[in-house]
Design a protein around this ligand. Structure first.
Ligand code: PBG
Length: 341
């Protein structure tokens, strides 16, 4: 770098150094930046998670998730129509159930007329091509608030698998396009695939929560579903936030067992994991911007500490850039509303 100008007479020459490489040339205006953009995010990449509740015309706000509600089936269908019109064509459903129907074996999850099953049917009747994704885990239905079956303080893997497989079949019967095991039991993807195929649901896909971490960022979600574990924590099945190599092990097992899509969760604190996973698999990769990530952006922007729209756009494009093909986000409709091709 040679200095080619001087400031001796008080004028500042525009060119002071002979820099042959100036990356700023490619950022001069919005049109140029548009040409250079490496990552795109459209509403077609987004999946909206929704909390459903019983009754009719019910809309219960969720304290730690401003703008999110537990919705009765009628409101869920209405919102799904709006989402569809905005280009968000996939939903992930989570049922919020009263304690009175919860038990240790999550029996309610198999009820063909249960809340989730009724919601799936209503959605598919209203919008046949809507991609309906259902969660396979015991926690919304379990009096213990765990994702697997609890006995004497232990989560029993293989008993859980039987329950989860029946749950997945029940969801497929209701019309789910993808069942999404979020339970982190060993071997669940293979067991689910076999159970679905045996019942003839060869077209029902499996979106596996493959690298799901034992994260503090699920707090608001557990409030929304009142699904926090009644005892202990989830660290014997969800992953240690310190581990990256282990994520690959989990993901590769799920792919071998037949997962159609693998997922990393949460998203932003685990972008290195998203990148690692997407570099190593040949199936699509999803990432879940979870309730705590949503709540952080909301809270900071409500305080005037962040610009919500800019923070949402940046967080979502960062998740895509890291390697996610699709993103579950509570901001899906907000993003879609202001999306301009
Ligand atoms: C549980 C489940 C959780 C989430 C999705 N499925 C919470 C948990 O594992 O305790 C969290 C999603 C979010 O925080 O947005 N099966």
């Amino acid at each position: 770098m040679l200095p080619v100008g001087s400031c001796e007479n008080g004028t500042m020459p525009e060119l002071r150094y002979d820099l042959p490489v100036r990356p700023r040339r490619n950022r001069r205006n919005a049109a140029i930046r548009g040409l250079m953009r490496e990552t795109e995010l459209s509403p077609a990449h987004l999946i909206l998670p929704l909390f459903v509740t019983g009754g009719e015309d019910v809309r219960i706000p969720i304290g730690a998730m401003p703008g999110c509600f537990r919705l009765s089936v009628d409101h869920t269908v209405a919102l799904a129509r709006q989402a569809w019109e905005l280009g968000v064509r996939a939903l992930a459903l989570f049922p919020a159930l009263p304690d009175s129907v919860k038990d240790p074996r999550a029996t309610e999850s198999l009820n063909p007329n249960g809340l989730l099953q009724r919601t799936v049917r209503a959605l598919k009747d209203a919008l046949p091509d809507l991609v309906v994704i259902t969660d396979v885990a015991m926690d919304p239905y379990s009096s213990d608030g765990h994702d697997g079956y609890l006995e004497d303080g232990q989560i029993i893997n293989d008993v859980s698998l039987e329950i989860l497989a029946s749950m997945a079949v029940s969801q497929a019967q209701a019309g789910a396009d993808y069942v999404a095991p979020s339970d982190m039991m060993d071997g669940r993807v293979g067991v689910l695939r076999e159970a679905l195929d045996e019942e003839g649901f060869t077209n029902t896909g499996i979106l596996a929560y493959s690298a799901k971490y034992a994260s503090s960022f699920y707090g608001p979600f557990r409030e929304a579903l009142d699904s926090a574990p009644r005892s202990g924590d989830k660290k014997t099945y969800q992953m240690d936030p310190a581990n990256r190599r282990e994520a690959l092990r989990e993901v590769l097992l799920d792919v071998a067992e037949g997962a159609d899509i693998v997922m990393v969760k949460p998203a932003m604190p685990y972008l290195d994991v998203v990148a690692e996973v997407s570099a190593h698999v040949d199936v699509p990769v999803a990432a879940y911007q979870v309730s705590g990530e949503f709540a952080m952006i909301k809270a900071a922007s409500q305080n005037g500490w962040l610009s919500e729209e800019a923070a949402v756009d940046e967080s979502l494009i960062a998740i895509r850039r890291a390697g996610a093909d699709m993103i579950l986000t509570y901001f899906a409709m907000d993003y879609a509303r202001r999306y301009r091709g």
